[in-house]
Design a protein around this ligand. Sequence first.
Ligand SMILES: [Zn+2]
Length: 415
Amino acid sequence: MSMPLPRSDMEAGIRIFERCNELAHLSEDTDALTRVYLSQQHQQANQRVGTWMRDAGMQVWQDAVGNICGRYEGMKPNAPALLLGSHLDTVRNAGKYDGMLGVITAIELVSRFHQQNKRFPFAIEVVGFGDEEGVRFGVTLLGSRGLTGSWESHWLDKRDNQGISLAQALRDFGLAADQIDQAKRKSSDLIGYLELHIEQGPLLESNDLALGVVTAINGAKRLNFSFKGVAGHAGTVPMSLRQDALVGASELILAVESIAQAFEVVATVGKIECLPGAVNVIPSDISFSLDIRAPDNQQRDAALWEITKAAKEITERRNLTLSYDCFYNSDATPCSVVLQQKLTKAVMAVQGRSLSLASGAGHDAIAMASLCDVGMLFVRCEGGISHNPLEAIQIEDINLALNVLEHTLYSLSEA
Ligand SMILES: [Zn+2]
């Protein structure tokens, strides 16, 4: 099967760009974009996207958790599908491309194949997940977790800020809380999941590249650290005799920065509490948070081990007591090596060089990885800005991304 010629026409990119802008009008706020799960605007977005899917030659349905789905058959009916997509919900006061770009570009790709009457050995499905951000019910990835069958029934009792339960919201949307499991797909139905998403960070732009290939989605751990010293009079206790918990904590916070750099992870102390908190009292009790993330669990845990070692050394030397506990742990999600290679080859063909990068933000691919191989393509966004109405992308970059997806599908059909 021969590769398609690279295209330079801007028409497809402009259409994708315009559709992103069109969806941005479906918002609960008049002056900002906010579209949450199972809202009226979600319903409208599903209708609009469903129409675009049908126009692109797909058979369309809404699944039992409210994801909008489209299927373009392969050479033989009922073949397993390559799933393309992203999410259609947004944060509050969102940008227009986070999520939507991946769904709309996938539809454009299918439309291109449909016009050429091109079929693959696999079917192509496109999904617009109804919830990734978790804004309404405080649980993220509800759409993809419905599709992968990792939905937990106690979530149905979660309430939004109006007091409406998730179970009620499903009913109001025309769905049934006791039929969520009908959204579940079998792993034998899918050959993989490919997601195009804006980078939401500055790496591609700083490398002067439109596109890059994701290696993994970072796993995160969150801990609380407490340093206990002895409160004392700020005027009478000599420096050499102090057990100042804040000075000890400060030393550790600087160590966190240098250890994170040495281990190539990202670590943040974002919250600190100091007691007794008086201008003339030596601090006795400090607690602070640590958020540490890496594309690889071992890499993250090695850095964390070094941080706790430094904490022990500092507290011993300063005669403080130390306690810490981990209150949040999510594993890293590695992207499939095969999909990374195929995407990288396609990016090289379209863009001349490629960049591999980890994703610092979470994506639907995290849930999808429990069902099938996942791959992600990142497109640069201006200044790395996201979750913000200033989110911006270039039409030329969208065209390149579309071409990369096209190449990747051809190369998957050769495997
Ligand atoms: Zn997103």
